[in-house]
Design a binder for this molecule. Structure first.
Ligand code: M6R
Length: 612
């Protein structure tokens, strides 16, 4: 999704904007631009299609656009093709108002028609140009200041926006407005910053404000004032970002994804340690009480992408351990389906970014119906984290690669912890078993380390399949849920068509796609389903499939059936997803690498999907 960076202070703005934008590259973009203003001089806009490198060359690393106040943008096209013309910043014809925007203005056509009648002309196909010109229109029509012009605009537009604006009459100042799109504001001595995400400004400051929905702010050098939609000043609390700057850097790895795969043991350990002490889970930081846990009738898990796959695992685990019904659903479906929700239900939202538009909307739907919402979120202060009734923070640290790995793993662990605690409180798990499972949970980080140590074998196997066209993942029960994630990892970064199937479904259609040499990856971590899985594997092998088997140490007879076997340490069957996913992450990574693709920034994808 689009990325925004802004700066006003004593230093030259353009290099800070370019560097900040480079830290937001992971969000996905197709063009970029900056506008910088030197004192009272008129603002200068430079835009470029393609990678940030092109913009950097065009501006000579920022030197060609001098000035200490500016805003920059990476655009992920929604309205209008990727082009220099459609790239941000956009401006009114007289450069009175210049702005960058992340989000979608749903009624932009209506606004554009109105402005055309008022004599405005349009040069791009974007919704943002209509938004910018509407701000200009209200500013001039009502002869008001920037905050009032923005407030009138916010009342008129529908949709989502993180908007950063510079006005000709207010040199050295940046104005922002926000609804449903992420934006943070940072402050340091004599300097103020805006950004879509923390890594963009982490080098300069750790002190940030979170701007709320339908709020605005005015940034001057080293000072930030916040306003509500009525234009009244409001107070905000300053938050200190705890991430160290290094965690947002590659630290010697070729790609963030590999670094983040290696960070999984620590991330999981941190997530566990935050709520477990003295052999007991303590959810007081989550804020959910034993009474509330006892009252829950049904859990609805809503999420998107990999977070949804975590939900599929959690459904198996929670239903088995807690014996209450769990339904897992894609947030984009849940939000429009008019779901049946009862008073004592709980909606569990899972999201790394805490900004995914569909997950946020699904959560609001539940809240509007008076249902308790519990969110598992990684990004502190994100919209979902702020609006959910209870928040379980995963401690994955910043995840930069588009393909999630460590956040997914922490989300799994958070779900296990919730399942164990619900089971303890509701009496569906004996104390001994609870203790034993907690001890087992503690061993997962070391077991993951062991799997990663063996990564070269996966690399060797992946390199043989660099030309694969179709890959099928097969599993039963939790293994099927793991397959969903393994398949997504493969398609999103390697661009190989892949599908995950519950192995029992194979005969109902899919098996007709298997032909000589088709790669089939089977996951067999569930002891009681092992034999059935082997039968399914034999079926595809006899139709020409090349088989990879992923199972636990000890099941060496799998080598009689498969062409390549990979093993993971034994663990409690409920936790096997945490181990089995790692070789599949590595498989996706190495295939992408072997194909010479940009592992961290796959085409057409954004890290955080903040529009519908
Ligand atoms: O930030 P979220 O966890 O809400 O994101 C949900 C999905 O967009 C995300 O998991 C996506 O599927 C990943 N890029 C997959 O690796």
């Amino acid at each position: 999704m689009c990325g925004i960076v802004g700066f006003t202070g004593r230093q030259q703005a353009a290099p800070i904007l370019l560097e900040g934008l480079s830290k937001l590259e992971y969000r996905g973009y197709d063009s970029a631009g900056v506008v910088v203003r030197d004192g009272d001089a008129s603002a200068e806009i430079v835009k470029a299609k393609g990678r940030l490198k092109v913009l950097s060359e065009k501006t000579n690393g920022g030197e060609a656009v001098p000035g200490t106040c500016g805003i920059g943008h990476t655009r992920w096209a929604t309205h209008g093709e990727p082009s220099e013309n459609n790239a941000h910043p956009h401006s009114s014809d007289d450069m009175n108002v210049v702005a960058v925007h992340n989000g979608i203005i749903e009624n932009y056509q209506e606004i554009k028609d109105k402005l055309l009648k008022k004599g405005y002309t349009f040069y791009s196909q974007t919704d943002t140009e209509a938004l910018v010109k509407l701000v200009d229109y209200y500013y001039k029509k009502y002869q008001v200041g920037p905050i009032d012009a923005l407030a009138k605009t916010m009342v008129r537009v529908r949709g989502s926006y993180a908007l950063a604006v510079m006005f000709k009459d207010y040199p050295g100042e940046i104005y922002v407005a926000r609804k449903d799109s992420p934006m943070i504001l940072g402050i340091a001595d004599g300097e103020s910053y805006i950004a879509s995400d923390v890594p963009a400004i982490l080098k300069y400051t750790r002190n940030v404000y979170y701007i709320g929905n339908l709020e605005m702010a005015r940034l001057t050098k080293g000072e930030i004032e916040f306003y509500n939609i009525d234009g009244e000043i409001i107070e905000k609390e300053l938050t200190e970002i705890k991430w160290d700057a290094e965690s947002a850097e590659k630290g010697g790895y070729e790609y963030f994804m590999m670094k983040e795969i290696h960070e999984q043991p620590k991330a999981i350990r941190d997530t566990i340690n935050a709520v477990v002490s003295d052999g007991k889970i303590d959810l007081s930081s989550v804020g959910i009480t034993e009474e509330q846990i006892r009252d829950v009738n049904q859990i609805h898990i809503v999420a998107c992408g990999s977070a949804y796959h975590v939900g599929v695992v959690a459904q198996y685990v929670i239903e088995d351990l807690v014996r209450i019904p769990v339904r897992v659903e894609l947030a984009s479906e849940f939000r429009y389906r008019n779901p049946l929700l009862q008073d004592n239900d709980m909606v569990l939202i899972i999201s790394q970014s805490g900004e995914t538009a569909d997950s946020l909307a699904a959560m609001r739907e539940a809240k509007n119906r008076g249902i308790r919402t519990l969110a598992i979120v990684n990004v502190v202060g994100s919209s979902i984290a702020r609006e959910a009734d209870n928040v379980f923070y995963t401690l994955a640290g910043p995840e930069i690669a588009v393909a999630t790995t460590k956040a997914y793993s922490c989300q799994l662990v958070a779900c296990y912890l919730l399942a164990l605690e619900f089971a303890r409180v509701r009496g569906t798990l004996k104390d001994n078993d609870y203790q034993e499972m907690l001890r087992e949970l503690d061993t997962l980080p070391a077991k993951i380390e062991k799997i990663i140590e063996d990564k070269e074998r996966i690399q060797w196997f992946a390199s043989k399949y660099v030309n694969a066209k179709d890959v099928f993942f097969l599993g039963r029960g939790i293994d099927y849920a793991i397959c969903l994630e393994g398949s997504l990892k493969m398609k999103e970064i390697s661009y190989v068509h892949s599908e995950a199937y519950a192995a029992g479904e194979l005969k109902h259609g899919t098996i007709s796609l298997i032909e000589d040499g088709t790669l089939v990856i089977s996951v067999l971590t569930q002891q009681e389903l092992y034999e059935k899985m082997v039968s399914n594997m034999v079926e595809v092998k006899s139709r020409g499939a090349c088989l990879m088997g992923l199972t636990t140490y000890g099941h060496y007879n799998i080598e009689d059936t498969v062409d390549f076997a990979t093993y993971i340490p034994k663990t409690d069957r409920h936790f096997s997803a945490s181990l089995a996913v790692v070789p599949l992450q590595l498989m996706g990574y190495y295939l992408s690498l072997a194909k010479g693709l940009d592992v961290d920034k796959p085409r057409n994808l954004a890290k955080s999907v903040t529009v519908e």
